[in-house]
Structure formats: structure tokens, C-alpha cells
Design a protein around this ligand. Structure first.
Ligand code: PLP
Ligand code: ZN
Length: 416
């Protein structure tokens, strides 16, 4: 059973019915789901959660649908990896990677938010489901729409990586490539949603979609044995994920599933698209839009829809923010693969690179626990690292060729 009561403006607290609404008509603030926490406290105990299937719906009382979940029954519940080798490299004992690069079925954190939006789209009577995407969201919207038999439109900037475009196209939606930035695509989709009455996961269904992002934080706390980490580092693009991580941590305490100090939440952006980090530094309450220029295309959003909430969450948690250059992003992608065997895309490289900078600066002390959220998979953007890697050794089939190769390598090593 869901404990959803309705929607409420995050700013002026005006109540709204749980329809396809996302901005307050009084103050233009964003709308968010409201729950009956007394009901949640009764229905959702550690025992009842642990007895449920390992998917994002194990926290369903805190997700905004009315009936049964319709998709995402294999999504979420991704590994929380204790990163011993990476931790040793950085001098941090308790370091974890929350690995959404293996989220089912499209290998990014978007497989948490889309099942919630898609289920709600059907509950609200929509038959066409779409999104404005920097790549991963399109992949997830296309996949879940395919499973549900929904008509699907994925709008993207034309300049996206081929792997990201293909990952949507394969599931058979209409893929529409716009000559412009993500922010142009988003503006167009707002108009299309209004004109045609279609559901857009991250626009008119944003109040529902965003709630799915909380599940990454619910899982982290459960996987730590119902304990908060001291620090968490999250990427920021449109600003969906980071504020919902903060909300999820607060809700767990509110409904009595855990206690203790709330984690410090740190924001990671690419140096070529860092409106939120700029605002953290200048003291602004709303990010000033920028024009993105970074290899981390999935997080290249110059005008984040939820930028204000990101700033509030980071500041309210005692967290911080930092930016990573393209070089630092690529180095972090390599380091994560060489130490932990996890291959992430540049968004994940950004998050890890920022975590490393904050550790080196002492903002994240080395004796405190840290979770780094890795939100996308490196196989979709393999071209960005391809020319950094050693080429395979090419040999014939005879053992003596391999022996000669090994001998030449050890000779080289002794010269060095
Ligand atoms: C891999 C990846 N990580 C993180 C994000 C962060 O997105 P947001 O801040 O909009 O939640 C995105 C979004 O587009 C993404 O594709
Ligand atoms: Zn309002």
C-alpha cells in the first residue's frame, strides 16, 4: 500500500491533488509528494522491508503510486561495494561505491526514477510516455515504455554519444534529436507535453519521477545495516538525485527506521558545466545558467530544474561541492576500473574525481565513512577512454611466441 496523500508546493506548502502537476500556480515552486508517515511507520518496518524482493519497490510506502507497481520489478537494489583497494589508494578506510552502473535494465540510476513515473503515467491514464534526456534517461524511458507497451518519444540533443542514442533507439521509441543543448530540448518538451497531453517523465510527471531517486539512499542505509554514512558524494545535472537523497535520509529517521546524524551531502559537477558549484561558492540561492562544455555529457545541464533544492540540501546537510576537469574525470574513470573493476562513464568519473579532491582537501576526513554514487555505465561511452588504453598484444598461436614476448617484457622491466 502506498501512503501517498497528495502533492504540495515545496515553497509555499499549498496542497494539490496527485495529478500530472509539477509547478505551484501560486508561487511557481516545485511540487512534491506528501505521505502519511504514521501509516508508513506501521507498514514499513525493517523486517517487512527485508522480507520483500530486492528491487526499488521494497520502499513502496514512500513512493507515489496508488496501486501495484507495473514495471521496475528488477530495478534498483544495486550493489554497495566496499572499495578496499580504492580506499587504500586514497588513504580512506571506509569507502563505498553505490554501483548504479549495473542497474537493470539500462545501466544507470535512471532505472529508479522511470519505473515510478511510468507506473504513475498509466495510473493517471496516459498512453504516450516521453522525456527530455541527456542519454541515460532516454534509454530507461524507452526500455520501460517497451515493457509496458506505451507509445514513446525520447527527445535528445543531437550531439549525444552514439552509444547513448543507440541505447534508446534499440527499444523502438521515436527518437527526436534537437539541434540545441539539453536546456533547449527541455523547453521544447514542456511545450509538447502541454500541446499533446503526453506524459513526460522528467517534466509534467517530475513530482513522481523524482521520488524514485530516494531509493538509492534507502538502499545505502539498509545495506550499511540501517546506519547512515558520514559523507555521500552525488553527481548533479538537473538536480533530481541529490535533493531526494537528502529527503530519503530524513524520511528514514522520520519513520523510525534509523537514527543518528544525517550524512553530509557533497555535490559533484564537471568544470565545464558547474552552475551549482558556482552558486555554492558565490552564496547564491539559485544557480546562474551556464552553457555546457564537458566530456561528461550526461550531466551537461546548464540550467538545472531543481538547482535551488540542490543548494538547500547541500548547505542544510553541512556538505560542500567541487568541480572536476575533463582530465580529472578520465583519470578517475581509469582509477575506479583499475582498483575496483568498475567501469563507469564520465558522470561517474566526475563524482569520484570530486570525492578524491574533497578527501585530499580534508573536507572529507580520511577516518570517516564515505559513499560515492556511481550512476552510469562506461560501456555506453567507451570511446572517451579508448585512446587512453594500452592496445592488446598481438601474437601468433605458438607458445614460443608468447615465451619470447614474456622474455622481452622482463628484459624491458630490468632495463627500467
Ligand atoms: C549518469 C548520470 N548521473 C547523474 C545524473 C544526474 O542527474 P540529476 O541531477 O538530474 O538527477 C544523470 C542525469 O542526467 C546521469 O545520466
Ligand atoms: Zn507555492
Amino acid at each position: 500500500m502506498s501512503a501517498l496523500i497528495g502533492l504540495q508546493c515545496a515553497m509555499c506548502k499549498t496542497a494539490f491533488a496527485p495529478k500530472a502537476l509539477y509547478v505551484c500556480d501560486q508561487c511557481l515552486g516545485p511540487l512534491e509528494a506528501v505521505y502519511d508517515y504514521d501509516l508508513v511507520r506501521r507498514e514499513m518496518t525493517r523486517e517487512s522491508i527485508e522480507a520483500r524482493p530486492n528491487n526499488l519497490w521494497r520502499y513502496r510506502e514512500l513512493l507515489p503510486i496508488d496501486g501495484e507497481p507495473l514495471t521496475g520489478l528488477d530495478s534498483g537494489y544495486t550493489p554497495l561495494v566496499r572499495a578496499h583497494r580504492l580506499g587504500r589508494e586514497l588513504g580512506v578506510d571506509e569507502l563505498y561505491i553505490k554501483d548504479d552502473s549495473v542497474n537493470h535494465p539500462t545501466l544507470s540510476y535512471k532505472d529508479r526514477v522511470v519505473p515510478v513515473a511510468a507506473t504513475r503515467a498509466i495510473e493517471l491514464g496516459f498512453d504516450t510516455f516521453g522525456c527530455a534526456s541527456t542519454g541515460n534517461l532516454g534509454n530507461s524511458v524507452a526500455a520501460h515504455a517497451a515493457r509496458l507497451g506505451l507509445e514513446c518519444y525520447v527527445f535528445i540533443p543531437q550531439s549525444l554519444e552514439p552509444g547513448k542514442i543507440l541505447g534508446s533507439a534499440v527499444a523502438g521509441p521515436h527518437v527526436v534529436g534537437i539541434d540545441g543543448t539539453y536546456d533547449d530540448v527541455n523547453r521544447l518538451c514542456t511545450q509538447v507535453g502541454d500541446r499533446y497531453g503526453w506524459a513526460f517523465a522528467n517534466i509534467n510527471l517530475r513530482s513522481y519521477y523524482a521520488e524514485g531517486a530516494k531509493t538509492i539512499a534507502f538502499e545505502i542505509v539498509e545495506q550499511l545495516g540501517w546506519r547512515y554514512p558520514t559523507h555521500l558524494v552525488s553527481p548533479v545535472a538537473g538536480g533530481t538525485l541529490l535533493p531526494r537523497i537528502g529527503r530519503a535520509f530524513r524520511e528514514l529517521r522520520e519513520v523510525g527506521l534509523t537514527e543518528g546524524m544525517l550524512p553530509r551531502i557533497h555535490a559533484a559537477q564537471a568544470a565545464g558545466c558547474a552552475p551549482v558549484i558556482n552558486a555554492l561558492e558565490s552564496g547564491a540561492t539559485h544557480p546562474e545558467p551556464v552553457r555546457p562544455d564537458t566530456i561528461a555529457k550526461s550531466i551537461a545541464i546548464g540550467n538545472p530544474a531543481d538547482g535551488h533544492q540542490v543548494l538547500e540540501t547541500v548547505r542544510g546537510s553541512g556538505g560542500s561541492g567541487e568541480r572536476a576537469t575533463d582530465r580529472e574525470i578520465l583519470d578517475a574513470v581509469g582509477l575506479l576500473a583499475r582498483t575496483e573493476g568498475i567501469f563507469t562513464e564520465p558522470a561517474g568519473g566526475t563524482t569520484l574525481a570530486v570525492a578524491i579532491k574533497l578527501i585530499k582537501a580534508g573536507v572529507i576526513p580520511r577516518d570517516e565513512s564515505v559513499v560515492v554514487c556511481i550512476t552510469g555505465n562506461g560501456y555506453k561511452t567507451s570511446h572517451v577512454v579508448a585512446d587512453q588504453l594500452e592496445q592488446p598484444t598481438r601474437l601468433g598461436r605458438a607458445l614460443k611466441e608468447f615465451e619470447a614476448f614474456l622474455a622481452s617484457r622482463s628484459a624491458q622491466a630490468s632495463v627500467r
